[in-house]
Design a protein around this ligand. Sequence first.
Ligand SMILES: Cc1ncc(COP(=O)(O)O)c(C=O)c1O
Length: 405
Amino acid sequence: MNRTTAAIKIERDVLAHNYHPLSVVVERAEGSWITDVDGKRYLDCLAGYSALNFGHGHPALLAAARAQLARATLTSRAFHNDRLGPFAAKLADLCGMHLVLPMNTGAEAVETGIKVARRWAYQVKGVPADDAEIVVAAGNFHGRTTTVVSFSTDEQARTGFGPFTPGFTVVPYDDLDALEAAVGERTAAVLVEPIQGEAGVVVPSDGYLAGIRRICDDRRALFVADEIQSGLGRVGATFACELAGVRPDIYLLGKALGGGVVPVSAVVSSRDVLGLIRPGEHGSTFGGNPLAAAVGSAVVDLLATGEYQAAARRIGDVLHRGLRDLIGHGVTAVRGVGAWAGVDIDPAIGSGRQICEALAERGVLVKDTHGSTIRFAPPLVTTDDEIRWALDRLREVLAARQSTV
Ligand SMILES: Cc1ncc(COP(=O)(O)O)c(C=O)c1O
C-alpha cells in the first residue's frame, strides 16, 4: 500500500464521512504548490475555498504567527491583549467602518451578523419582540450551523436536521422585484453573498447590489454582505461590494482573514449597529485571540498594499480568457470575476467530479460543485504561466473525455 492509499484508508476508518475529498493526501505546501505524501506536486487552484488567497505559507504571515506563538496565543476575552485592538483598528479602517466583532469561522460570523441585525431591528427600528425577519437569497451558502441551514435552499444541507430556526424569508437571487416585495416593516436585514460562491460562482446582474442598497435604505433594513469567500482580494478589489460601488451596513468576513494559518472571522460595521451589543450577550473563547489577531493584522497589511487585488485582476484576465476559449469544447458556460471562476462542464463528457479527478492526475487541484460545475480560485500569488499551464491541463482533460464519448 503506498502512502496515499494508507492515509486515505485511516481517514476513511476513523473520520465521519461528512466530506468526499479528492484522493490527494497533502504533506506540504508552499505558495501555489502542494506536494503529496508520495512526492507528487500539484498546482493548487482552489486555495482552500479562498482561505489561502495569499498562498500557502506566505512569509509575512508565518513570521507574524511565529513571533506571536513565542509571546501569547490565547487570553480569552476575560482579559485584554495587545494584538486585538491594533488588528481591529486596521480591519475597521480597511472596511471603512468603525467596529469589529471577532469570531473564528465563517459560520460564526454569519450567526453573529444575524444576532446583531435582530438586535438593531428591536432596539433601533422598533420591530416587535421576536418578530424580526431576515431576507436571504435562494442558492445561498452561509455555513453549516442549524440556524444557517434553516435558510439554505440545498436539501442535502437541511434534510434530517430540523427543526429549523424561524425568521428567514428566501427570495430568488438576483431578483430585485422579489426582494422589494419581501422587505417590510419587520425586516431587520437583507443577507446576501455579493457573488454566490458555492452555488457555482454566480455573479448577479449589474445594479443588483446597488438595488439592495436602495431597498434597504428605503425600507430601513440593514444590508449584510457575506464577503467570507468573495472578500479580501479574490475579485480584484478588497470587496465584491466595492466593485459594484456599494457599501453594505455589515461586512461578514472569514476565510482569508486568517491567511490560511488560523481561523479568523469578523463582523465589521458601524458604531450605530455593532455598538448595540453589550457585555455578556455574545462572544467566543477563541474569538479575538492574540495569535489570530497577529495573523489577521498581517493579512490586512498585505491587502493594504493593493498588490493582491491587482494580482487577482491579472490572474482573472488570463483565467477567464482561457476558460472562455473552452466553451464548446467540453465547457458550456463560464462565470466569475477576478481570480474566481465557475466552469460548467458539458454533462455529456462527464461529471464535475470526474473532471476534477482527471485534473488532479495531471497535477491541478480544483473542486466540483452541484454536479457539473468546477471552481477555480487559485492563490493570488499564482503566475500567469502557471494559470496557462493549468488551462492546458484542463484542455487536455476535456479533449480526452470528448474523444471517448
Ligand atoms: C459565503 C460563505 N459564507 C460562510 C461560509 C462558512 O464559512 P466556514 O466554513 O468557515 O464556517 C462560507 C464557506 O464556504 C462561504 O463561502
